[in-house]
Write a new protein. Structure first.
Length: 112
């Protein structure tokens, strides 16, 4: 009688341990995997935006220097503000084009 009771307890412990392991593995699968994917997605996005911002900043600075060097009247005198206005307009135009091209895909590829 006592031996049979011990076997039942051992069987329950095993099934409870199995259930706990199953729930833990399922929770890891459903949380850690997607979080790693989201972290990678965000990392590439941040790195890409930083490099794109740096590159566009240098291009705009180059455009400003080009206008100032090739258009002597705009480099001095009463029109010295004009190259800055031209570069500002180009910058705003680039921002408008960039924002209009932004897609908002889901992190979950099954939803798309």
């Amino acid at each position: 009688m006592i031996e049979q009771h011990r076997r039942e307890l051992t069987r329950q412990d095993t099934s409870i341990d199995g259930l706990v392991n199953l729930v833990r593995d399922y929770a890891k699968q459903e949380t850690v995997g997607p979080l790693r994917g989201a972290g990678r997605w965000l990392g590439y996005g941040v790195a890409g935006s930083m490099l794109l911002g740096l590159g566009l900043g240098l291009v705009l600075l180059g455009l400003l220097r080009l206008i100032q060097a090739e258009w002597p009247r705009a480099a001095s005198g009463s029109l010295s503000w004009l190259p800055y206005l031209i570069v500002l307009v180009v910058c705003v135009l680039l921002i408008v084009i960039t924002v209009s091209r932004i897609n908002k895909p889901s992190l979950n590829k099954e939803v798309e």
